[in-house]
Design a protein. Sequence first.
Length: 229
Amino acid sequence: MSMQAVLWDMDGTLVDSEKLWDIAMDELYTRLGGVLTPAVRAATVGGSAETVMAIVFSDLGLDPDPAAMSSEVDWLHDYTGGLFDQGLPWCDGSRELLEALAGARIPMALVTNTCRSLAERALNSIGRQYFSAVVCGDEVARSKPEPDPYERAAALLGQSPKCCLAIEDSVTGAASAESAGCPVLVVPNDVEVPSGPRRHHVSSLTGFTVAGLRSVYSHLDSALGDQRA
């Protein structure tokens, strides 16, 4: 079996927006009268808006009123969107690999827990032309770490998830892609990601080629085939 498509995570994988989320999360805690700790920030990386806000409200001992949490989600997205609008820094090697895949006519999808409205603002910097499909966290019944986002992305590309290589940086995202059946290239950003039979870890995408991705995919597919046998 050969790699038929590549499914990209966005924050921390394609663009180094986690640093901007750090700023936004700090501002949210200041707004709510608290101090964001590294442990809580790590727990929110890659999470959906609802999951992140549940963690925040629990950490601060706030009443988890749905209306209040929804209001803070809106504030967080608006604040982060302003940071996105100033331009997003690329993760090392990601832009070059994106261009190489586009040049090789490999179908690609963007698969993110970020909501559609904020993802659209990010795409102003990244470029919509690279992606045949974009799946956002607020467009699926269950967001990452559940398999729904990756299953939907593969379906939109007309592929089985097992034919798609996912590129992820977070525990949440890798679990989502793996549970959908995708082999996963893990490029950790700020949080350590456990290893697994469907995962290949690298420290950076710098110097990665289309042939390199195909090789990673073939290696993972062969390993899974051996396990199934």
